[in-house]
Design a binder for this molecule. Structure first.
Ligand code: G1P
Length: 266
């Protein structure tokens, strides 16, 4: 059973400047709801009971968003607009926060969650990737794969060739009905090993932390989750799941608009 998830939300969002000078990317509205709220809903749908959101100094708005606003509730009650209370109801999940004090990258943000996770398998969800699962939430698809072999699982999505250099791209091998990951290349500069990118949904065994502990700064001067996964692959199996659903990288304007259009139509 996977009950805990880490949501790294400490990045500066430099791809989305100037708005990210003041508004965290994780709070970009998709319809009338911030992106990170959809990711929390996805976690709840997948059976997660507790999340750790890794924030940074400038992300206090995220903490405020997932807290009660007694003032607003009182105002709504005084005006007898009780139907609005539903809109500001907090998600039914325990949320904890911790700060990443230095911008050392995704690998470091996940590493910070070690004591929260303990010795259990856990999920990682990146809140700048919106995934509307086809029949089941993306994370549910990963967890059901995890349950069949109890090894780490990476969520994959086919990405157009010209965009592959923005992602971790996998080399994999079909073994009967399963997709065995052989390696990942972080933001490939030359020929990518495939068209399948790792798109921000992961399930890991706690073994990952021993490899993160040994990771040092690499691509972009950051501690890369990809490096730890590659080290883990030398000792343990890891599988991939091609996620069924519609996925949008909200750091890109066209896909950010795409996510809004998707929500508008559904
Ligand atoms: C991170 C990961 C990358 C992954 C991507 C998914 O990159 O390092 O492997 O493909 O998330 O969004 P970032 O977007 O933080 O540069």
């Amino acid at each position: 059973m996977i009950k805990k998830a880490i949501i790294p939300a400490a990045g500066y969002g430099t791809r989305c400047l100037p708005i990210t000078k003041v508004i965290p990317k994780e709070l970009f509205p998709i319809g009338m709801k911030p992106a990170i709220h959809y990711v929390i809903d996805e976690a709840i749908e997948a059976g997660i009971e507790e999340v750790l959101i890794v924030v940074s100094r400038s992300k206090n708005m995220i903490t405020d968003y997932f807290d009660r606003s007694i003032e607003l509730e009182t105002l709504i009650e005084q005006k007898k607009k009780h139907q609005l209370l539903e809109k500001i109801k907090l998600p039914d999940i325990r949320i904890q926060y911790t700060r990443q004090s230095y911008p050392l990258g995704l690998g470091d943000a996940v590493r910070i969650g070690e004591s929260f996770v303990g010795n259990e398998p856990f999920a990682v969800l990146l809140p700048d990737e919106m995934i509307f699962g086809k029949d089941r939430a993306a994370l549910t698809q990963l967890i059901s794969e995890y349950n069949s072999h109890k090894k780490s699982v990476l969520g994959l999505y086919e990405v157009k060739q010209q965009y592959l250099s923005n992602y971790g791209v996998v080399e994999s091998m079909q073994v009967e009905s399963k997709l065995l990951i052989q390696s990942i290349v972080e933001k490939p500069k030359k020929t990518p090993p495939s068209n399948f990118a790792v798109i921000g949904r992961y399930v890991f065994t706690p073994l990952l932390f021993s490899y993160l502990a040994k990771s040092s700064e690499s691509v972009d001067g950051e501690i890369q989750l990809t490096d730890a996964i590659n080290e883990m692959l030398k000792k343990d199996k890891c599988y991939g799941v091609k996620i069924e659903g519609s996925r949008f990288d909200i750091s890109r304007l066209d896909e950010y608009i795409g996510a809004n259009q998707f929500v508008l139509k559904s």
